[in-house]
Design a protein around this ligand. Structure first.
Ligand code: 5AD
Ligand code: SF4
Length: 469
């Protein structure tokens, strides 16, 4: 049994002690033909971790099921970024408990991901949710086979608080798409923005070896993947934790040289977004002209309280530089309203940035205090109704600009990678433009997995319609 500790999670050593541990996949038939069901909450990092977990489960003999009632093992991969994620997970656990009591008393229930790294969550589970079999954290996914092979029919908690190492589990992912793949380039975050729990739940910044990353990209290309998305909490920091590694700009360039058709990356912090990065994005046609550039707030006072390391002016300058150099760049953002101490004037500064940047889209949130982060103990006397009103006003403005940006595409021809059947219409395919706009396309289904030229016939706030001529 190992339980999480926020003080441990916060520690950052100056030494560069990263070890690269190549884990042999453990094959075992103990769970032959048993069914697994995974429910994932949260960011792309979690989605990709679930692909890795699915690979591990299949090596142990499990097969997937779409119906949780049929499952022998249900695994929840959780997110801790805002409080509402917590409520959803405990609601879902209630359904799992019901299945274990009424349908399958041998059901194995596992909880992992960022919430497992929170001491308060683990305490709550130990006190009130003993029907759960296994809780493990973000640092020890590679140990899942041992935990599962040694289950004793009672709650087992296995959560490390931090880790210096990078674990390479090899080609063991069960990837959700055959055409577009996630590729981790680094783990953790050392930025410690004052509202954010990620540096505690994901630990210190650790970069993978560029040689391992490039090998993975080449393998994906060989398998027929058309697109890779390089993943990190803050990709600009790639390689900075090591003396012997290349910068993110160079890594992008090397990835471009593999010749894979499309390269994307998330997320970029505006701080340390170098000119070299911008030049390389502009230079290579296979690096997509799409950047997610979180603003969080437009007020210098609030940015400082958030620990974001840039001012409104510096952000806008960077934004304009990217727009000037990268042809047709589309830029989206994240914004938090109602941070402690945010006044109407501060909020208007945020609206001012939105009016200047006219984003292609944005994810917007009301500040959610996370236990153990500095912002959770800052004085916050803005009523929720005022915060909700700000969110509403912000969303109206964001929608106006995303509508405007989409409507410019009407009648244009764009390249779309068709990755799925459309959610809206089973007879259409769906995919993204180079600029990350979702398009539902009228075309022959044999085009699934292809990059095709599409004429845009209609545009909305969040998607567009098109057809292949
Ligand atoms: N409250 C509200 N939003 C948050 N985010 C991160 N932490 C919090 C929080 N405590 C938002 C940020 C980040 C996005 C992934 O989630 O905008 O960029
Ligand atoms: Fe959280 Fe800031 Fe790190 Fe992003 S950069 S994960 S917001 S601490």
């Amino acid at each position: 049994m190992q339980v999480p500790d926020m003080m441990e999670a916060k520690k950052r050593t100056k030494d560069n002690n990263t070890e690269f541990i190549y884990v042999d996949p453990m094959k075992n038939n103990k769970y032959l033909d048993k069914k697994y069901y995974i429910r994932t909450y949260g960011c792309q990092m979690n989605v990709h971790d679930s692909e890795e977990i699915a690979g591990i489960l299949e090596n142990l003999g499990f097969v997937p099921t779409e119906e949780m009632e049929d499952a022998d093992l249900i695994l929840l991969n959780t997110c801790a970024i805002r409080e509402n994620a917590h409520d959803k997970v405990f609601g879902f656990l209630g359904r799992c408990k019901h299945i274990k009591e009424k349908i399958n008393k041998d059901l194995i229930i596992c909880l992992c991901g960022c919430m497992a790294q929170e001491k308060s969550v683990v305490d709550e589970i130990m006190n009130n949710h003993k029907y759960i079999d296994l809780v493990f954290g973000t640092h020890n996914i590679h140990e899942l086979p041992e935990y599962l092979l040694n289950l004793k029919g009672k709650l087992d908690i296995e959560v490390k608080s931090n880790d210096e190492n990078v674990y390479e589990i090899g080609e063991e992912f069960v990837r959700a798409s055959k055409y577009s793949a996630w590729v981790n380039i680094m783990y953790g975050c050392d930025k410690f923005c004052t509202y954010c729990i990620v540096p505690y739940t994901r630990g210190k910044e650790r970069s993978r070896k560029s040689s391992d990353i490039l090998k993975e990209v080449c393998k994906l290309k060989q398998l027929g993947y058309k697109e890779v998305t390089l993943l990190g909490q803050n990709v600009n920091a790639y390689g900075r934790d090591r003396d012997d590694e290349i910068s993110f700009a160079k890594l992008l360039e090397e990835t471009a040289k593999t010749g894979i058709e499309r390269i994307r990356f998330v997320t970029s912090h505006p701080w340390n977004f170098t000119d070299e990065m911008i030049d390389i994005i502009a230079k290579y046609d296979n690096i997509m002209p799409y950047i997610h550039l979180p603003l969080q707030s437009g007020s210098d006072k609030i940015l400082k309280l958030m620990g974001r390391r840039y001012t409104k002016e510096e952000y806008i300058e960077l934004f304009n530089k990217i727009k000037d150099k990268v042809k047709n760049a589309s830029i989206t953002t994240d914004i938090i309203v109602g941070f402690p101490g945010e006044t109407e004037e501060d909020f208007e500064e945020t609206l001012d940035v939105v009016n200047k940047c006219k984003y292609d889209g944005a994810f917007t949130f009301i500040f959610s205090p996370r236990v153990g982060t500095p912002a959770a103990s800052m004085k916050d006397d803005t009523p929720l109704s005022v915060k909700e009103d700000r969110l509403h006003r912000l969303n109206e403005l964001i929608n106006k600009y995303s509508n405007e940006s989409n409507s410019k595409y009407l009648g244009q021809k764009v390249k779309v990678l068709l990755t799925d059947y459309s959610d809206r219409d089973k007879f259409k395919l769906a995919g993204y433009t180079e600029t990350m706009k979702l398009v539902n396309v009228e075309c022959d289904e044999s085009l699934l997995g292809e990059i095709v030229e599409v004429t845009i016939t209609d545009t909305k706030s969040f998607s567009m319609d098109g057809k292949v001529e």
